[in-house]
Design a protein around this ligand. Structure first.
Ligand code: GUE
Length: 282
């Protein structure tokens, strides 16, 4: 068996960001206002700080302004909701990203729901989940949206295929399965209560690993010729897939880093410019 072909998220994301930068410049030229993304971070978790900084850097490269709101770890649900409502009402802000996680004492769902749907460029609100589930136009969760774009880029049509999503989180596993379902895949969700995960994964034509368990999915569980998408983000840039063994069985596989991560950010930028264009009437 030959080794899998890599799905290059870095190169694909770079093309998307370049295209997004052209669109952002168009919006700025026609309206005199640059697209603006507000990033909200609760606490100082080093990984979250790094991710938010990467998002801001990509924004700058694409001609998107970013406005950062750093809140202390002690922030209450009410305070966070208040901040997000203000940003939702602020005409100078076109997109809002509340970095997950927000801390156990905060009601993250209540916070997400304080984001105006038209500014939900991270695709975390119930409104966005509904449109994703029905395959209707709207903002998609950034990592799942980035995954679908990468599959398209590499000619993978989910229709009729067995897709197994490992993980069911609100902004990753669950919407990833919904987007695959909307594209006519036969979707199975696996999670911490699944019996015989290996048996389920072995049935998959498309595997999306999104649990945050380093190297949980091994090559021996991959059906030969399957498409393997590693959406796990764990400390030290280790994915949820054991790449070295999986690459021997898969037909296509995403590396970590350089796979799903850059696509997540590219999707966020693209949706921010779309939101700005709509709000500015172009
Ligand atoms: N509301 C919310 N939306 C998110 O989309 C969101 C979030 N919260 N919380 C955390 C996760 C994680 N996440 C990543 C984004 C980019 C990379 C990424 O680009 N990683 C690089 C490597 C980064 C490095 O070199 O350190 C890569 O995979 O090539 C990784 C992880 C977005 N998330």
């Amino acid at each position: 068996m030959t080794q899998a072909r890599l799905m290059d998220g870095t190169a694909t994301a770079r093309r998307i960001v370049e295209e997004t930068a052209r669109k952002a410049a168009g919006v700025t030229e026609r309206t005199g206002t640059a697209p603006c993304l507000a990033t909200v971070l609760v606490g100082e978790d080093p990984a979250s700080v790094t991710y938010v900084r990467m998002k801001q850097n990509r924004c700058r490269e694409a001609g998107i302004e970013s406005r950062h709101v750093a809140l202390p770890a002690s922030t209450s649900t009410e305070e966070l909701v208040g901040t997000l409502r203000e940003l939702s009402a602020d005409p100078g802000v076109h997109g809002i990203l509340l970095q997950h996680p927000v801390g156990d004492h905060v009601d993250e769902r209540a916070a997400f729901e304080a984001i105006a749907p038209e500014k939900d460029v991270d695709g975390v609100t119930f409104a966005s989940f509904a449109t994703m589930s029905f395959g209707l136009p709207g903002f998609v969760s950034c990592t799942p949206g980035g995954i679908m774009r990468l599959l398209d880029e590499y000619g993978v049509d989910p229709a009729g295929k067995r897709a197994v999503v490992v993980g069911r989180s609100a902004i990753l596993g669950k919407p990833a399965g919904m987007l695959l379902l909307a594209r006519d895949a036969t979707v199975t969700y696996c999670h911490s209560r699944t019996r015989d995960l290996s048996a389920a994964v072995r049935e998959a034509d498309i595997v999306v690993a999104a649990v945050g368990r380093p190297r949980l999915i091994r090559g021996q569980d991959i059906k030969p010729g399957a498409v393997v998408v590693d959406a796990g983000y764990n400390a030290g840039n280790v994915g949820d897939v054991d790449f070295d063994s999986a690459v021997e069985r898969a037909a296509l596989i995403t590396p970590v880093p350089g796979g799903v991560g850059p696509m997540t950010i590219a999707t966020l930028l693209e949706q921010t410019v779309t939101a700005a264009a709509r709000q500015l009437g172009v």
